[in-house]
Design a protein around this ligand. Structure first.
Ligand code: NAI
Length: 718
């Protein structure tokens, strides 16, 4: 609702009240209409102050209402009504003015912000555009270039930047409310015409076309295939070139298009699922509701390699003191130097004061970990080494210390078996670079206690990461699903495709990088090492093993051959691509003739592989593994899998995540295609449709949020 009161000085104060962020629900909109009408009709009122309860102006539209039929008064005429008022309306921006909240403020004649406030037109992050005049008023207020940036990125703008850009008229460190009331008194009685943004012309550079083209290029790089940012550019173009009324019409048309595109639905799904991941459950039935996390006041990191450095920085940034341990002086020195420079860069970038950082001390002595609450091991991916460390930690650390491992796929249960308190061993699988990537897979072994899971999930939150609880299996959820995806990519090369063709299809789908470019970036030796350990490569092979099969299953030795010839990716200047200029991938003629030789050596008839086949085989094999993971209870829900893929694996947000995407495509189609590809490639077991997928199709392909209940039913029948 919106509260109305008249205060001395002939001022009407309207307060939006809808906790927690005063979202513009149907009731709030109705109340704004009514109170603004009342204030404009009231002879005693000379000016109106519009503010939000509890120190927050307005968080925007009520996202809960998105899926329903629109009820109540629409926003556009309501904001127009405010703008048309002859009495000045002053918005008091405290806390946040996001999305519809900022659009509402742009309809007011003046905006006064508190110095701690943030503003933004965030709709693009939900697959939409600001459709209550935001795309038309903001460019008129601050010019096309700045508005274009804010509208197409949805970024949050600080009060300081907002005043610099001209979004707000004034910023104050003291009470924005008092400031606004005093200000309103001074402008009462002035003509409001010049303050109506709909009457302004947007300032734009001479070469509007190249400005907009530049924005489109950046959008393609950042989120290829996403419709909303492109629609935002079109709307801003309308603001720059059309009268207000026609621009508004264009804004509405673009919004209607986005609303029905499916992408908005996918992005809203991402928004809700990300929040839901914090409400975890384990296979044994423990959950966030009945388990309390232990406090973490002191942490330790073992191993200061690629991952340990990023983890130490994350902990310190969250204000947690860290002890970092290495094996030898040289590595300790290198680790310290790297961590310190990362911290300096971080604090400059984020404006963090040194006092807010947790201290980091560096040592070679594991005994220094006597008082730590939590230890994160990030040494080499070697089971024997990890077990040795967990056994040592058991004798050094306090009996209640949480012992975490950053293994990317080793058996947590086996690692825990070396500890005297296996219930306090939990996997914390960070992603590289660990101080940047948002995802944290919290891996729960059969003996991991609920308290250990709760503490790791609480840590994720403190580190501003998205924790997702997963079960213990080789590769956990994310890396396990990557395997069939990567394997399909190799098979496609064997059959006739080129790396750049496969990558282009995946990038057109929306991944920032295709799989071959990703492998070149992270190093081909990463996978090679684990295949060697599994005995899949080289001299360890049992005699008589065919080069293209292992244990009756298809196997591609392609990446192994590349590694053997020293092509490890970017770091060696060549991998699936050639890197003559650092980081710039160019197709390599050598690879093309190598593939031709390879095919003729194995009698493979090369063929043109179509784009649909590339996409379907890569994605559906990954999705199929997701269904197996659900069936085995390794992930508690399809939503968890989707959060993992969107926040850790570059799955395009506007496609919702692999499981949501499967549902959008249609589960019967996914099943049908998998059956088809499995028939043509019977030696690839990953392509055999999982029984969970069949079951869901048999049940009429229910929406994703209903799968969890069906899976539980299914497992109880197993
Ligand atoms: P790395 O090779 O860069 O660093 C490992 C560090 O551990 C080295 O500095 C080494 O000196 C140190 N170390 C070895 N034994 C030690 C001991 N006994 N005590 C103290 N320090 C010791 O390895 P990276 O890439 O940082 O990986 C670490 C772990 O994280 C592995 O389990 C890996 O599978 C996992 N991981 C790696 C990811 C990546 O992208 N690099 C991603 C996610 C997980």
């Amino acid at each position: 609702m919106a509260l109305y009161r008249r205060i001395p000085g002939a001022i009407a104060v309207i307060t939006l009240t809808n906790p927690p962020v005063n979202a513009l629900s149907c009731t709030v909109r109705e109340a704004i209409y009514e109170t603004v009408k009342r204030a404009t009709a009231d002879q005693e009122v000379k000016a109106i102050v519009l503010c939000g309860a509890n120190g927050k102006f307005c968080g925007g539209a009520d996202i809960k209402e998105f899926s329903r039929e629109m009820r109540g008064p629409p926003l556009v005429p309501m904001i127009d009504m405010i703008e048309e008022s002859e009495k000045p309306v002053v918005a008091v921006i405290e806390g946040v003015a996001f999305g519809g909240g900022l659009e509402l403020a742009l309809g007011c004649h003046y905006r006064i912000a508190h110095s701690g406030a943030q503003v933004g037109l965030t709709e693009v992050t939900l697959g939409l555009l600001p459709a209550a005049g935001g795309t038309q008023r903001l460019p008129r207020l601050i010019g096309v270039p700045a508005a274009l940036d804010i509208i197409t990125t949805g970024r949050h703008v600080s009060a300081q930047e907002a005043v610099r850009l001209g979004i707000v008229d004034k910023v104050t460190d003291s009470s924005a409310m008092e400031e606004a009331i005093e200000f309103a008194k001074t402008v009462a009685g002035e003509p409001m015409g010049p303050r109506r943004l709909s009457l302004w012309t947007a300032a734009c550079p001479e070469d509007l076309d190249s400005l907009l083209e530049g924005a489109l290029v950046r959008i393609r790089q950042r989120s290829r295939g996403a419709l909303a940012p492109v629609a935002c550019v079109q709307a801003v173009r309308a603001a720059a070139s059309l009268p207000f009324a026609q621009g508004m019409k264009k804004e509405q048309e673009l919004m209607a298009y986005l609303f029905t595109s499916g992408q908005a639905r996918a992005m809203q799904y991402c928004f809700f699922t990300q929040r839901a991941a914090a409400r975890w459950t384990t296979p044994s039935g423990a959950s966030w509701e009945n388990t309390k996390a232990r406090p973490v006041q002191q942490a330790a990191v073992i191993g200061l390699g690629t991952m340990g450095r990023g983890i130490a920085v994350s902990l310190s940034r969250a204000g947690i003191p860290v002890i970092a341990v290495e094996t030898e002086q040289k590595r300790l020195k290198a680790g310290r130097k790297a961590v310190n420079s990362m911290l300096t860069r971080e604090s400059q970038k984020r404006g963090l004061a040194e006092a807010h950082l947790g201290s980091i001390s560096f040592t070679l002595d594991l005994r220094k970990l006597r008082d730590t609450d939590l230890v994160i091991e990030a040494v080499f991916e070697d089971m024997a080494l990890k077990k040795q460390i967990f056994s040592k930690l058991s004798s050094v650390c306090r009996p209640d210390a949480l012992l975490c491992t950053n293994t990317s796929g080793l058996n947590i249960d086996e690692i825990a078996s070396a500890a005297s308190r296996p219930e306090l061993v939990v996997g914390t699988h960070f992603f590289a670079p660990a101080h940047v990537m948002k995802l944290l897979e919290v891996v729960c072994g059969p003996r991991t206690s609920p308290v250990a899971v709760a503490t790791a999930m609480q840590l994720a939150k403190r580190l501003e990461k998205i924790g997702v609880v997963v079960g213990n299996c080789s590769g956990f959820v994310g890396n396990r699903m990557m395997r069939p995806y990567t394997e399909q990519a190799y098979y496609l090369l064997e059959e006739g495709a080129r790396p750049e063709e496969v990558d282009l299809v995946l990038e057109e789908f929306g991944f920032a990088m295709g799989i071959f470019r990703v492998m070149d970036l992270s190093g081909l030796d990463v996978g090679w090492r684990s295949r060697k350990e599994l005995g899949l490569t080289g001299p360890k092979l049992p005699p008589g093993t065919e080069a293209r099969s292992r244990g009756g299953r298809r196997y591609s030795p392609l990446p192994d051959i590349l590694c053997e010839s020293g092509r490890l990716g970017q770091k060696t200047g060549r991998g699936w691509y050639l890197y003559e200029k650092e980081r710039v991938a160019t197709p390599d003629p050598w690879l093309q003739s190598f593939l031709e030789d390879y095919r003729s050596r194995f009698g493979i008839q090369s063929r043109r592989v179509g784009q649909d086949e590339i996409l379907e085989r890569c994605l559906y094999s990954l999705i199929n593994e997701g269904f197996r993971i659900l069936q085995e209870g390794i992930a508690a829900s399809p939503e968890d899998i989707d959060v993992i893929y969107v926040s850790g694996y570059g799955w395009p947000r506007h496609r919702g995540g692999p499981m949501f995407y499967a549902w959008m495509v249609g589960l019967p189609k996914v099943l049908d295609k998998l059956e088809h590809y499995h028939r043509t490639h019977p030696d690839i077991p990953n392509l055999a449709p999982s029984s969970m997928l069949r079951k869901l199709v048999a049940r009429g392909s229910p929406p994703v949020h209903q799968w969890r209940a069906l899976i539980q039913q299914h497992s109880s029948q197993l």
